[in-house]
Write a protein that binds this ligand. Sequence first.
Ligand SMILES: [Zn+2]
Length: 1119
Amino acid sequence: MSVNQQAHAGPPYGQPQPGYQGYQQPAYGGQSLPGVPQSQYGAYNGPMPGYQQPVPPQGSLRAPPTSGAPPPASGASHPSGHLAYSQFEHGDVQNGIPASAAPMQRPPAPQPFLPGSAPTPVSQISTFQQYGPPPGSVQQLRNHMAGMTIGGTAASAPPPAGLGYVSGSFSATGSGLHTPYSASQGPPPASVSEGLPLAQPPFPGHTVSTQRLPTQVPAFTPPPPSTGVAPSSYPPTTGAPRPPAMPGPPLPGQTVPAPPSSQPNHVSSPPPPPPPSTMAGLHPGPPMSGLHGPPPPTHPPQPGYQMQQNGSFGQMRGPQPNYGGAYPGAPNYGSPPGPPPPPKRLDPDSIPSPIQVIEDDRNNRGSEPFVTGVRGQVPPLVTTNFLVKDQGNASPRYIRCTSYNIPCTSDMAKQSQVPLAAVIKPLAALPPEETLPYLVDHGESGPVRCNRCKAYMCPFMQFIEGGRRFQCCFCSCVTEVPPHYFQHLDHTGKRVDYYDRPELSLGSYEFLATVDYCKNNKFPSPPAFIFMIDVSYNAVKSGLVRLICEELKSLLDYLPREGNMEESAIRVGFVTYNKVLHFYNVKSSLAQPQMMVVSDVADMFVPLLDGFLVNVNESRTVIASLLDQIPEMFADTRETETVFAPVIQAGLEALKAAECAGKLFIFHTSLPIAEAPGKLKNRDDRKLINTDKEKTLFQPQTSFYNNLAKDCVAQGCCVDLFLFPNQYLDVATLGVVPYQTGGSIYKYAYFQLETDQYRFLNDLRRDVQKEVGFDAVMRVRTSTGIRATDFFGAFYMSNTTDVEMAGLDCDKTITVEFKHDDKLSEDSGALLQCALLYTSCAGQRRLRIHNLSLNCCTQLADLYRNCETDTLINYLAKYAYRGVLSSPVKTVRDALINQCAQILACYRKNCASPSSAGQLILPECMKLLPVYLNCVLKSDVLQPGPEATTDDRAYIRQLVTSMDVAETNVFFYPRLLPLTKADVDSDSLPAAIRNSEERLSKGDIYLLENGLNIFVWVGVSVQQSLIQNLFGVSSFSQISNALSTLPVLENPFSKKVRSIVDMLQGQRSRYMKLIIVKQEDKLEMLFKHFLVEDKSLSGGASYVDFLCHMHKEIRQLLS
Ligand SMILES: [Zn+2]
């Protein structure tokens, strides 16, 4: 489905423009539209003579609304920050305009939604008359359905409210936005174009005779910025994989290893850890760079752990043996093995430190609000805690860009190789101090839009002719102002109601959509949630089925509600399954739930219409009874096989019959090998790693799920998948539908009730309660000269411009890449407008608009001064993670290195002051590019460690693709905190340290988090009193690494550490797995994998080595 396919009987403004495939084009019917030619905007390339950068409001009595306070309740007195809006509300219009001239439709406090305050399309469905005819015939029903009434326990009382739930307690935890770090005053540092000379003296200009050949990139081309040409070796603009099925050979006789007691969230198989020290002697390979002089000595295997004393931890410092493994082009160094002279080490303290950069930004920018009134401002880093005041541009919580100053020409962009991309999180949760986007209701006429490009009214539209017309800031077309929207202009040419209207003064706001924006020209019904529980042997045996049913009894009282509505409008339904499906009738009038079995899974249908989707309150007793009985009914099951595709089909058919969008929550345990559509075979084969066929491990084994996903998107059927595998279950294939419908995947390998239930339940609670939009379509419009060319994320695209998501939640991001199709002007800058059409959880159709204005430059130095490396890494990781679907992993890695070398070489050549060739010079804004890029290169997707399974890699690949910038930042460069340095009397966190083993002291305890896991590492020499206080045991050896939570002990250290853990958990969109690691314990291998500045066991370079390698690459490009 696409927005284009939604019929619109009467486009509010004008005819659909030729070539334009916007919201107004009637073509609904489920068929794909042909690809839109890339030149579709060609006609709009005219100059924009009338466009002027709006002046940020200042010093006026009519102050713009601030984001500093929640929206006022209706009728309540408005806080001063909302004075302007309340003025409007009371008809107090200045400049002599009669109050009646101002349209009054907009509710005074449009957010949250107040029933009755607007013409609402919400229909409070409590009956099911709207169900269509059954999809299956009566004959089918007779043939395949065994109806029965479940006997047993009487309906139970309503579940106790809560079990500790706090409504909304999971709702406002934007990733990384609430870091409680204090920050001191200070202006932002001036951007330094001179770059960063490294080390004193810098690299000694040492040249080596055996230069490595430039990196060859045979098939995989790096993303050419701003060429307007999509990279040929990648799938087309769809962000989702649709390669041909390439089933690999099944892995015969795969045995299931016993579940390890503690594993990282994404790691499924017990690691076979070779001690790190043995690796050192294996490949006495040379260092990658000539900067160090001769190769390093080879260290003998070192038993145990050495304290880092000024470099005595030689193995971890300087060039590291086996480095060549990462860059197979390198090893011909020409130096025989043997005891060479000691290398000149690069001092790790002299190279750019992520910790320092993060700390500096906090200190410089954390104390002042980020005010969005000025074009092209680079926001504070995602690791800085700051408030945002919307004064005309979207908050960085919604949109972040790789650069806020983009080259005027595509030649410049090509030369720099800096990708131009925006990471957009349209429904991002905001901290409580900030205001959600206001909801604007223009009544039946709907939002005001440009006649030609259909851009929505925004602060950058230019009103002319006394306010009778406006010129579009995107395409320059002049459009009549509709009579109801007319307003006079003041002496500066600004409408006098500028500050009264969110769409004229704010960067982000919402419009209430009219029926023209609805499928089939009908306002949508409220969405439904369907819970679909695997009841095969594994699921029952592990206690999972009972756990889910118990949890749902209370969780159903916390379904998302709109605004201050008393109860959720979302209806619920229940299905259980193994080889067959069981549907449940939980109609409120029944004394007991009824089960209907569908055993013909080849042609899925829904055997009941009335009573399947119900209101929780109305059917409370029947639902409770059902949830009590399900674990009992299947307690003795011997069925081990499952189906999967028919489960999704069943949910899809149910939503179709109910004519609504919704979400399927599927709890699944095994590879679906039962005879059914979408049946899979075990094709895991680790031998494919590092071969040309490795990409097949990331591809689905059948195209069946791609087609199913397309059907789901057309219906607005979003799939969230909770996986509990004990062995390979082909995440790459099972994940296709969740991924393409905008859903989420959670994976709990070797799920054990005792250790994993808390994490799973936290994830489930948050997932069920979080804000989500349904049946969503996103379109990004740009001003003349650039256009969106590529998209990354969890969605489906049936044409080249519209990103379709059956569901979009507050944690999901879409990364959009832009290319030039014309010259840009420094005066006009560049504009983005992201419009998201979606159905709210109460069934209200809305448009959320985000606008962002960027600067344009004719000097490359301006580009490099206004980049954001964290966003760049987010883009590059997603680009690379898509690349592995079609190219060998090594090719992808080489292309990443090559592109970043080109970015830095271009800076060196065009922006840096002359200096010795031996000196590495990095732009200030990109000085962390090498260290972060190295982390991406070493990640399990691009360079798997021995412990990463095929499913782990597929899981991570899909997960990262939807991550926001804060999440990718901490995922690739984890946060490492010395817990023993924490001040127990303060709320602050201990200062983070760099991710290297040599930074660890054996007398301390550390915490490392990456958004999926929290490791607590305990040194062998930690004081016994600290161990007692934290773990409640008397010695190091008694610490159990089977702990999944820290014991609750009444002492300051225990409280402090637990509060830190809780705070970190609250910042992340998923509940992180806690893993206790004792120094020299076997689990330490896993922990060391996340010490990303060190050389990794899988051959990933250390930061020092990689920096030297990058330097060499840059010098080769420059020579
Ligand atoms: Zn336009």
